[in-house]
Design a protein around this ligand. Structure first.
Ligand code: HSE
Length: 445
């Protein structure tokens, strides 16, 4: 038996908001980490682009380096917090190929190159951990990968992007429009100057792919995820939602279901959805994250907490680091990639859900019948219709909620409506996420 190392050397790649907190907490709680891992965990190198840049936490300048080989080679453990694909991928592979266990918070890298990283880790016997890649401090990766390894997961549905949740929550609670709420999120540091990855749903899509892979033991990449962001959500959509005792959230949804060919597959999508206000995800406020996991045996579980930020994300990184360190000391390794189920990815057009559509129409004889016949022609069944006066004389607004329908059929309905002389505008089409058809009854009824 090899002798246990008294100290494990760690390289931290990236000393931004999260990296700085990892370094601070490792130093401040060094004795606790040593007791939990069975060896002292010491940061010996910190890879940065600009050694002189101002940082949240003071770091010993002797640890800083701009050279990846100097930072990584020969260490016991590597923490990758650079983000993005390159050079992060090259650095992680460099570490794994040397048998160095890696803890990463890089969702984009995992969603695009997860299999390659897992393979490199398995080849060299290193661990690959990534709790921080999904929902910050919320232990949903561990939950799916380990706590729920004894169950058959049917569905994962969650709010996994704090920035968009902050924006939508601000719109719902203040009546602000999208641009105004985005500006507020940027002022408070929740949204980046270029908010694309968050507001267009790409960050959530990467997380959705990771969660789906874990839940369904199947390789799911970011390109498999059907994505729609929140840019098109208006103040009117939000006030309309409130009228129907609903709110709008950006959801990541991964489910195992039978496809149109009768075979079981995985459906993965990210889109805004209407939720009744009594839905467990509806009350998730501000920049918080929450994920509902449905297991055949366990039933419904909810994971909730801070999905971003330096210290919360550092908490997830450090738990992975303790696990990887403990394996170095006591033996054992992290769970390997589990893809035995090899389920096919289902066509997004075959997705079945409910929809709410808001139309501006001429308020004249026969319009409702014209509209209803378009739904019927495409096999989409209407669940409820609510009409009220429109903006001008002779105009009306009709809000139609459907029963469960195929995505492709609904698209055909929306197209046909937009061509119909009865309809001035299809103002919005938003999916409804609820098992309860009463969720589209107006609040006043
Ligand atoms: N930008 C992400 C969010 C945090 O807003 O949730 C990191 O994934």
């Amino acid at each position: 038996m090899t002798e246990s190392p008294a100290t494990l050397e760690v390289a931290v790649l990236g000393a931004g908001t999260v990296g700085s907190q990892v370094i601070r907490l490792l130093e401040e709680q060094a004795d606790d980490f040593a007791a939990r891992a069975g060896a002292r965990i010491r940061v010996v190198s910190v890879l940065v682009r600009h050694p002189d840049a101002p940082r949240d936490v003071e770091i010993d300048p002797a640890l800083l380096t701009t050279d990846a080989a100097t930072a990584i080679d020969g260490r016991d453990l590597v923490v990758e917090l650079i983000g993005g694909i390159e050079p992060a991928r090259t650095y992680v592979l460099r570490a794994l190929s040397q048998g160095i266990s890696v803890v990463t918070g890089n969702k984009a890298l995992l969603a695009a190159h997860g299999p390659e990283l897992y393979e490199a880790a398995a080849d060299s016997g290193a661990d690959l951990y990534y709790e921080a890649a999904v929902a910050g401090a919320v232990p949903v990766v561990y939950g799916l990968r380990e706590s729920l390894a004894g169950d058959r997961i049917t569905r994962v549905i969650g709010i996994v992007n704090g920035t968009t949740n902050f924006i939508l929550d601000a719109m719902a609670t203040t009546g602000a429009g999208y641009e105004q709420a985005l500006f507020r999120a940027q002022e408070l540091g929740y949204a980046e100057a270029d908010p694309t990855a968050d507001v267009d749903g790409l960050d959530a899509a990467a997380k959705c792919a990771i969660l789906a892979s874990l839940a369904f033991h199947t390789r799911v990449g970011i390109d498999d995820v059907e994505v729609e962001g929140i840019r098109s959500i208006t103040a009117e959509d939000m006030s309309e939602a409130s009228f129907f005792t609903q709110t709008i959230k950006l959801l990541a949804i991964a489910e195992r279901r039978v496809g149109e060919d009768g075979r079981e597959g995985v459906a993965v999508r990210v889109h805004p959805a209407l939720l009744p206000t009594d839905h467990p995800l509806a009350s998730v406020a501000g920049a918080y994250n929450a994920i509902l996991v449905e297991g055949e045996a366990a039933g419904r579980l909810m994971f909730y907490g801070q999905g971003a930020g330096g210290a919360p994300t550092a908490s997830a990184v450090l738990s992975d680091l303790v696990a990887a360190a403990s394996h170095r000391v006591h033996g054992g390794h992290a769970p390997r990639e589990s893809v035995y189920a090899h389920l096919p990815i289902l066509d997004p057009g075959s997705a079945r859900t409910r929809y709410q559509m808001r139309l501006r129409v001429e308020d004249r004889l026969g319009v409702l019948s014209d509209v209803a016949s378009i739904f019927a022609r495409h096999g989409v069944s209407i669940q409820s219709v609510h009409q009220r006066d429109g903006r001008g004389p002779g105009q009306a607004v009709i809000v139609i909620a459907t029963h469960v329908a195929r995505e492709a059929d609904l698209r055909a309905v929306a197209h046909a409506l937009s061509q119909s002389p009865a309809v001035r505008e299809v103002a919005s089409t938003i999916r409804i996420e609820s098992d309860d058809p009463r969720s589209v009854v107006p609040a006043a009824d």
